[in-house]
Design a protein around this ligand. Structure first.
Ligand SMILES: [Zn+2]
Length: 503
């Protein structure tokens, strides 16, 4: 099966064929920096990071640009409220956003342009729109003449006539559905020189200018939250296609993530954020991997419920994966194995040990099935929710082999377990989850039961083994109980003592 992507423009899933073979040019709208970003703003960040990772995993070379809106009414309002320069607001929240990205372990962008650095390019594209007869100047502002653009409404399905009938408070423009490309500056507002006087860009125009500059015309993927379809993305189409009328569609595939919902409320920065919706605060309590698995366990287009329970479910899910990896690696390190990297080629080793019902052959079948089904799920419009389910089925199947009474470790079984843990790790990387690196410091958030790290647990297990060798069983039991009070469960096996965290 080849990759299919749901295109908001056609309202159906389409086969994914980029404009240029093997290359994907992707643009996602970033935040307006007048506040800390919320868990809602983090969704497109995590979703489109997964999209990029999966495209790279399947062999595409991806260029990924995300903008930062650092001039906008909300920023100016906030600066006025606080009595500071708008730059003080934007530099503070840009810094906070970059720190959030770092804490989320997401940071590979081909470019991350800011609107205020693009003024020259923005003026050029506005001039093109005016020259092509799609823009006009009125009262020092420049407007886009919506009635002159035939395809207006093609993305959102809005009808011009219905929009025309709505009331509008703006009188200088020709029609109430016309939108601003350039705003004249009021005294004291930040402004730049332009052919139309001192002013600043409207919100929508920066994305047309930036995508054109950094990725060229006809993007493969343009992404953002579903709340941006209208008017922002509808206006981006109008601007870009009016500026470059001979180049066809501005974007091939429009992708939109669903909103995050807190019971019946919509999460919105402009209505005021509760402190536990702020990503920065959430990252103090939860590892970035917990937040990623929470988000990606739901399909990106579906609404996502936000609650402490949902995050706790995600933590347990991650713990299950972590326990599996630790035990698979422990058991596979018992035999004196040559180092094995993960990958399909290694599977032939297991095939050669052909006994139809042997554990290694069973694990081989599970690995093969997992890889195929994970790919099928992701090829179906990046269905990470389904792919996550397939991952847990795989872990459950291999666990049931490890836990069966007749299980015995042999070199081929050890090798197959090593491959299993490698395959889980490499597929988690598509979700941006790097358990390989973070497992040692996997924190269980604010959950007090678990405050021992892996090294401390191993130390206590060693002390318990020593106590048992000395036949000091009381001490050994005390250590076991102590570990249990931290949610760490020991299992004494003939191969040694393995442990897991309560899930
Ligand atoms: Zn945008």
């Amino acid at each position: 099966m080849s990759l299919k992507v749901y295109n908001t423009l056609s309202r159906k899933k389409e086969e994914f064929i980029p404009v240029i073979d093997k290359k994907v040019r992707m643009y996602v709208c970033g935040p307006t920096v007048y506040n800390y970003i919320s868990i809602g703003n983090a969704r497109p960040v995590i979703v489109f990071n997964m999209v990029r990772n999966y495209l790279e995993h399947t062999g595409y070379n991806v260029e990924f640009v995300q903008n930062i809106t650092d001039i906008e009414d909300k920023i100016i309002n906030k600066a006025n409220e606080e009595g500071v320069d708008f730059n003080d607001i934007t530099s503070k929240y840009i810094q906070a956003f970059l720190e959030d990205l770092e804490n989320l372990e997401i940071g590979r962008f081909s470019a991350m342009p800011k609107a205020t650095e693009m003024i020259k390019d923005i003026i050029e594209i506005i001039q093109r729109i005016i020259d092509n007869g799609h823009g006009y100047v009125a009262g020092g502002d420049v407007y886009f003449d919506v009635l002159k653009f035939n395809n207006y409404g093609k993305l959102s399905g809005q009808k011009k006539e219905e929009m025309m009938a709505q009331e509008s408070g703006q009188f200088s423009k020709k029609n109430n559905i016309d939108f601003t490309l350039w705003k004249s500056a009021k005294p004291g507002e930040p402004s730049w020189d332009s052919p139309w006087g001192q002013g600043r860009p409207g919100w929508h125009i920066e994305c047309s200018a930036m995508s054109m500059k950094y990725l060229d015309f006809k993007l493969d993927i343009h992404g953002g939250g579903i709340d941006l379809v209208f008017p922002h993305h509808e206006n981006e189409i109008a601007q870009s296609e009016a500026a470059f009328p001979d180049k066809g569609d501005f974007v091939k595939y429009w992708m939109h993530n669903g909103m995050i919902e807190v019971k019946d409320e919509k999460m919105s920065k402009s209505k005021g954020l509760k402190s536990d919706w702020i990503l920065k605060n959430l990252l103090k309590k939860h590892s970035p991997d917990v937040i990623k698995i929470y988000m990606l366990s739901t399909h990106y287009r579906s609404p996502l419920e936000f609650s402490a329970e949902k995050l706790e479910e995600a933590r347990k899910a991650l713990e299950k994966i972590s326990n599996f990896l630790r035990n698979a690696e422990f058991l596979s390190s018992i035999e004196n194995l040559k180092p094995v990297s993960s990958g399909i080629n290694e599977l032939t080793d297991i095939k050669s040990d052909f006994e139809p019902d042997s554990p290694s052959v069973k694990i081989y079948e599970y690995v093969k099935y997992f890889k195929e089904e994970f790919k099928n799920a992701m090829d179906d419009d990046f269905n990470s929710a389904k792919a996550t389910g397939i991952l847990f089925d795989f872990i459950g199947n291999v666990n049931s082999i490890i836990q069966s009474p007749e299980f015995k470790i042999t070199e081929t079984v050890a090798r197959s377990l090593k491959i299993s843990s490698g395959i889980v790790l490499s597929h988690l990387k598509i979700f941006g989850i790097n358990l390989d690196k973070s497992r040692q410091s996997l924190k269980a958030g604010n959950d007090k039961r678990i405050s021992l790290d892996d090294a401390e647990i191993l130390e206590l297990i060693e002390q318990r083994l020593y106590a048992r060798k000395q036949r000091d069983f009381k001490k050994a039991d005390r250590i076991r109980d102590r570990l249990k009070s931290f949610g760490v469960i020991l299992e004494d096996r003939k191969e040694g003592t393995i442990w897991k965290r309560e899930e």
